[in-house]
Ligand binder design. Structure first.
Ligand code: MEV
Length: 321
């Protein structure tokens, strides 16, 4: 194999926030998501055996079809690594190092970002060229190991970046932005499992399909309005959609008191809208700010409730053309 430069051997998987429509996307409704610059950078080289190292977690795993054994996180990673390697049969051994700059289990798409970065890195080693959409699709084998029945929205936005509308079974649509979205992300530090939250909402749906469908349909309508708001630069409208989405997530029992307090603090500090993002039941919230200066004020207000909020700009240039 010819010697490759550093740039040829690295691939990025972005983190994400869901602006509108989480959980509805699992059940066939559309959702609006934004990629953020924080994520996972994977570097690959040929090795003597397949090996995946995850920094800063200090984990090193070899692929294993077995989900049991070892610490739970390690066994899941080993199984997910095996699942993506299955798509490259008889390929030379790969040593992948994933540098992770996202909290896990916090609703920012950490597992999808690792999957996208690992698939991207393997593609580079094996000289496979494909579109971001195809990388997202290939990384679903990884995501299924972590989340059982993922919709695919996290992988799609991780690979494509920018703002997208995602609906299961349809082509992902890149949403042009008329102006930057200044987002403030706050982490409640309350651990949450996407798999469990998806199962809880699905159980609510089984118990009362009409009541839950009504809420999923309302989120679908908000996603449509949110897409228009992004394209027109109507941040006030996008903020209102996020606020309405938050009330639906509350109905679905996904808003914890701490996340609620963080969202209220954001709105009191001038946010145009604030909501839980991702699976909920813990993890992160996201607030929309008018501009960079407003975002900093909101960040400080969220920090006073729960630490480590950060500002993420989603610029028009980040959306795929
Ligand atoms: C997780 O980021 C979003 C959920 O809708 C699950 C999924 O779409 O797979 C809760």
């Amino acid at each position: 194999m010819a010697e490759k430069s550093q740039a040829q051997r690295t691939a990025f998987g972005g983190g994400k926030v869901i602006l509108l429509g989480e959980h509805g996307v699992v059940h066939g409704r559309p959702g609006l998501a934004a990629g953020i610059r924080r994520g996972v950078m994977a570097t690959v080289e040929a090795g003597e055996r397949h090996l995946l190292e995850c920094e800063p977690w200090g984990l090193k795993v070899e692929p294993s079809p077995d989900r049991e054994g070892g610490a739970r996180g390690e066994a899941t990673l080993a199984h997910a690594f095996a699942a993506v390697l299955d798509a490259y049969p008889d390929s030379p051994k790969a040593h992948v190092r994933a540098q992770i700059d996202l909290p896990g289990g916090a609703g920012l798409g950490c597992s999808a970002a690792i999957g996208v970065a690992v698939v991207g890195a393997l593609d580079r080693l094996y000289a496979q060229v494909r579109s971001p959409e195809a990388v997202a699709e290939a990384s679903m084998a990884w995501e299924r190991v972590f989340h059982g029945n993922p919709s695919g929205i996290d992988n799609a936005v991780s690979a494509m970046g920018g703002v997208v509308v995602f609906r299961r079974g349809e082509e992902v649509r890149a949403v042009p932005l008329a102006r930057s979205l200044w987002l403030v992300v706050g982490n409640s530090e309350q651990p949450s499992s996407t798999k469990d939250m998806v199962a809880n909402v699905t159980a609510l749906h089984t118990a009362d399909a009409a009541w839950v469908d009504q809420r999923f349909d309302a989120m679908a309508a908000l996603t449509e309005r949110g897409e228009v708001a992004c394209a027109q630069g109507d941040l006030a409208l996008l903020g209102r959609c996020m606020a309405e989405n938050q009330e639906i997530l509350r109905d679905l029992e996904l808003v914890t008191p701490r996340l609620d307090a963080m969202c209220r603090a954001a709105v009191s500090a001038g946010a145009l809208g604030a909501k839980v993002t991702g699976a909920g039941g813990g993890g992160c919230m996201v607030a929309l700010a008018e501009d960079e200066a407003a975002a900093e004020i909101i960040r400080q207000a969220i920090d006073r409730v729960a630490g480590s909020a950060f500002v993420a700009e989603v610029a028009p240039s980040m959306t795929a053309q």
